[in-house]
Design a protein around this ligand. Structure first.
Ligand code: ATP
Ligand code: MG
Length: 183
């Protein structure tokens, strides 16, 4: 009986802790691949290392385009292409390492763990994951979660959710930066 009670109390504490985490959300509209790439670059310029950027969105919604911008913002000076057979591509940015993970071909969370991909989610560099919903139970709770949606031929809705104080500050800075550029 007691262990069950302790378990319930623990679960309640965890749930309350989750609820008390303020989530900051910023929605951006992009009207071209260049604009999506530019948003990625603005975000990339704000990163300092250790960040996890999770991207979710249907085929062709712009995940890779956004990540190409991220790389540019980080100072990667070679072309960023989707990791097809390797699942992860590694790039050297100006000051840190950038990992581009693509989980499109991954079938299960077990496969992610077996291939050691989850190590990249906790590293010192910057890690961006395409099809991140496949790793939902494996990524650390604090992260930036970006959902891209088709809103037309060349329009995309880019919704960004920050969980954790560092990511909230990051998103606020990005919002300021985007507003400044639009002025
Ligand atoms: N506003 C936009 N932002 C991003 N891409 C756009 C936009 N408008 C049109 N596109 C087109 O949509 C496609 C986006 O391709 P991209 O490879 O970035 O998507 P993806 O989400 O990575 O796809 P996949 O799921 O196949 O990996 C490109 O062909 C791009 O030219
Ligand atoms: Mg892609």
């Amino acid at each position: 009986m007691l262990p069950i009670l302790a378990r319930i109390i623990m679960d309640l504490v965890v749930a309350m802790e989750r609820l008390s985490r303020v989530m900051v959300r910023v929605d951006l509209i992009s009207d071209s691949p260049q604009e999506t790439e530019g948003f990625g670059a603005s975000l990339g310029q704000l990163l300092r290392g250790g960040e996890l950027i999770c991207l979710e969105g249907e085929l062709g919604s712009g995940k890779t385009t956004f990540i190409q911008g991220l790389g540019r913002g980080l100072g990667v000076d070679r072309p960023i292409t989707s990791p097809t057979f390797t699942l992860v591509n590694e790039y050297r940015g100006k000051n840190l390492t950038f990992y581009h993970v693509d989980l499109y071909r991954v079938g299960s969370g077990q496969e992610i763990i077996a291939s050691g991909l989850d190590d990249f989610f906790f590293g010192d560099g910057v890690c961006a994951i395409e099809w991140a919903e496949k790793a939902k139970g494996l990524v650390p709770p604090e992260r930036l979660w970006i959902t891209l949606k088709h809103e037309g031929q060349s329009r995309r809705l880019i919704s960004m959710e920050a969980i954790g104080p560092g990511y909230e500050a990051l998103l606020s800075s990005l919002e300021g930066e985007v507003a400044r550029r639009r002025r």
